[in-house]
Design a protein. Structure first.
Ligand code: ADP
Ligand code: MG
Ligand code: MG
Length: 210
């Protein structure tokens, strides 16, 4: 994937979170403060605006760090710093190569997950985006280790991310605003896990178009 393809990923993610903003906000209204759709649409919208200002030949690393920085600076809430850190860490992991292969992308996804974990201190089972992202990254890596191409690895990540997202329903939240509800957070899908799946679906769309 070159810089333009990474930019296409962020643009597609912006489309998907904007199209689903009401659903994300409704999920957050049930166990949080009802702003997750707005936060995601605003953050990824700011990322797209920042990408519009980049030169055509920007590297994948520059694309992701630029998008991440825009999300951090333009988005409030827990999710802004978490998504922003994820993209910045992923961008840093890519260095300044012009074309990223699946192994490089696997490393970047792992770096994104590490960044989210360090900043948010959530582990799997805490009912957060980590419950979708961690299995997705593991599935992507396993697919790449099997010799799969990008579209197959992205599909594996989406499938694992969706399964992880569904597993948040019976969980009691232990991180973020939803944790204030204690046991009343049980029975609801975590909004950040839902938006994580959208970002993975955006990667799959771009991978299929390659
Ligand atoms: P806020 O809760 O500040 O209003 P958002 O509604 O935009 O922010 O995002 C909420 C989502 O952020 C949650 O559904 C959860 O997935 C994620 N989240 C919250 N705290 C953490 C954390 N410490 N680690 C990982 N993810 C978290
Ligand atoms: Mg919220
Ligand atoms: Mg909020």
């Amino acid at each position: 994937m070159n810089g333009n393809e990474f930019a296409a990923w962020i643009r597609r993610a912006a489309e998907l979170v904007t199209a689903d903003a009401q659903r994300l906000t409704a999920l957050d209204a049930a166990i949080g403060d009802g702003d997750h759709g707005l936060n995601m649409a605003r953050g990824f919208g700011a990322a797209v605006a920042a990408l519009d200002a980049l030169p055509e030949d920007a590297t994948p690393g520059t694309v992701l760090t630029t998008a991440g920085r825009a999300i951090v600076s333009k988005t409030g809430g827990a999710s802004g710093p978490l998504y922003g850190t994820a993209l910045r860490r992923a961008g840093k992991a890519l260095g300044d190569v012009a074309d990223v292969d699946v192994t490089g992308l696997a490393g970047a996804l792992q770096a994104a997950l590490d960044g989210v974990r360090e900043l948010g201190r959530a582990v799997e089972g805490d009912k957060t985006m980590v419950d979708a992202l961690a299995p997705a990254v593991a599935a992507f890596e396993a697919s790449v280790a099997d010799g799969d191409a990008l579209a197959e690895a992205a599909q594996a990540a989406v499938d694992a991310g969706e399964a992880g997202m569904e597993l948040t329903v019976p969980m009691e939240a232990r991180k973020g605003r939803a944790s204030y509800l204690g046991p009343r957070s049980i029975g609801h899908l975590d909004p950040g896990a839902a938006s994580t799946v959208l970002v993975l679906l955006a990667l799959l769309d771009v991978a299929r178009a390659e």
